[in-house]
Design a protein around this ligand. Sequence first.
Ligand code: PMP
Length: 402
Amino acid sequence: TSRFAEVQQGAPIEVFAVSKAFSDSTHQKKVNLSVGAYRTDEGKPWVLPVVRKVEVELAADTSLNHEYLPILGFDAFSTAAAKMLLGASHPVIAEGKVTAVQTLSGTGGLRIAADFLGHVLKYNTVYYSTPTWGNHRLIFLQAGFSEICQYRYWDAESRGLDINGMIEDLSKAPENSVIILHACAHNPTGVDPTQDQWKRIADVVEERKLFPLFDSAYQGFASGDLDSDAWAVRYFASRGFEMMSSQSFSKNFGLYNERIGNLVVVVKDPSCITATRSQLTLLVRGSYSNPPCHGARIVSRVLSDPVLFEEWKGCIKTMSGRIIEMRKGLRERLEKLGTPGTWDHITAQIGMFSFTGLSAKQSKYLGEKYHIFLLSSGRINMCGITTGNIDYVAEAINDAVC
Ligand code: PMP
């Protein structure tokens, strides 16, 4: 008999299952609105021209080699990335309260953060928004958190933020809970707190002694502007919180499979940094030893060269601009078709995703009848919509709702 005979089938990961259904479909007009990756108006993946340019330079640079990076990664990258998040002139940087380590993209940063918060700082309770990105729960579960709780976020009625519910739930959270906050472009709802609402959230975090962990996977993708999208993180840092932020460069650099991310830690007392880094070193060493280099080289070059940096900002504008156009187009079409319900939330939401309000049944119907694939929550990746398929998608949604 096999030691593996008793292994139970694990639950499928929905987003990959839906993408497979798309790939397997032979329908001429099939549309993939599931996975969170940018697509051009031709429906193709996009290598940012600035990234391609740096890759060509790197390939020609014979002084580079494939030696191991240090355990905590490429320092020049981490420093530049932390400045991009906090703003180069943020007082916490000048005061020496910030340290950062390269991670295996946003997911890896969250996992190292969860391991550190659980094993080193001894937190065991975490709160995430209802709904949230599907991986938050799994990451904290596998890091050993025993209390995994939720705070209200999405108000289905208004198709917006349930700020009062959120504040109420956080004010009931036990002291010393970790709270996961999306820095911008909340996944899956596309709904972010306003600046005034962030201030209220910060008040509760302070009152309840919660530990803020920002998940920053879309800086630049929400508004097209790096500074506006980092407002909440910078505000929390200014309020004097100790906190962590996991940065992903998957979306804003289009470097999905290079696994490039950064974990930024802000402490009150700079003298804690050396020991903190030593514990992060042990966590990384026992997990994957050290990170890959290619993405770190690209991102650090772009962030530290003013000409490349401007070029990159242009690429972000192209991506966020196309998404905004598709939002407008979809809303206009649904309103024109007289599709029951209101559709202004499609343009009010920001970032890559729209939480359409479509039910699981309607989402399934779109897959089966039209080969338009989306998550059962009704979340759609706006980038899956193009000028070529927008009429088809709008008419299909209209049919599903009617
Ligand atoms: N957080 C959120 C909210 C996300 O949407 C994503 C990407 N889907 C991530 C983190 C992490 O992605 P990655 O590991 O590719 O950086």
